[in-house]
Write a protein that binds this ligand. Structure first.
Ligand SMILES: [Zn+2]
Ligand SMILES: [Zn+2]
Ligand SMILES: [Zn+2]
Ligand SMILES: [Zn+2]
Length: 146
């Protein structure tokens, strides 16, 4: 199966590119290839300081993790869609961060980084109640550690 099927880089228009993919969490349906991301290239309404979620291709993911099938998405960590901080290792870690740092975030529309990275998820799921979306949809099974 082709990696990033149907994904086009919004700067160089490369289609189904290989390598890491960077998805903007502030713009709707905005993806960059690794090269354009490294070049800090922008187009349309996108700006360099927008939070970006790095999404691995399935092949890269398997290379990083041994042949393990992804259960929660082809990512090594999640990016906060509000402040752009990355390194959140799991959905529940991200939720901890949102609850502590962004408890007044309701009303700000962002793309859900977990949906975007999840195989068969909606890559452009927009929500203006991200904290509750994350808790309900992605942390239903995880124990909330406050
Ligand atoms: Zn590109
Ligand atoms: Zn953007
Ligand atoms: Zn944040
Ligand atoms: Zn989601």
């Amino acid at each position: 199966m082709a990696s990033h099927a149907g994904v086009t880089c919004d700067v160089c228009n490369k289609y189904n590119f290989a390598g890491d993919r960077y998805k903007c969490l502030a713009c709707y349906d905005y993806d960059l290839c690794e090269t354009c991301f490294d070049d800090k290239a922008t187009s349309q309404n996108h700006e360099v300081d927008h939070p970006m979620q790095c999404i691995l291709t399935r092949n890269d993911f398997e290379r990083h993790n041994g042949k393990k099938e992804a259960t929660s998405g082809y990512v090594t960590s999640y990016t906060c869609p509000f402040c752009g901080e990355d390194g959140h290792e799991s959905e529940s870690r991200l939720l901890d961060h949102i609850v502590i740092e962004h408890d007044n975030s309701d009303g700000e529309q962002v793309v859900c980084p977990v949906c975007a990275a999840t195989p068969h998820g909606d890559p452009n799921f927009l929500t203006d109640t991200f904290a509750s979306h994350l808790a309900m949809e992605h942390c239903g099974g995880c124990e909330y550690i406050g």
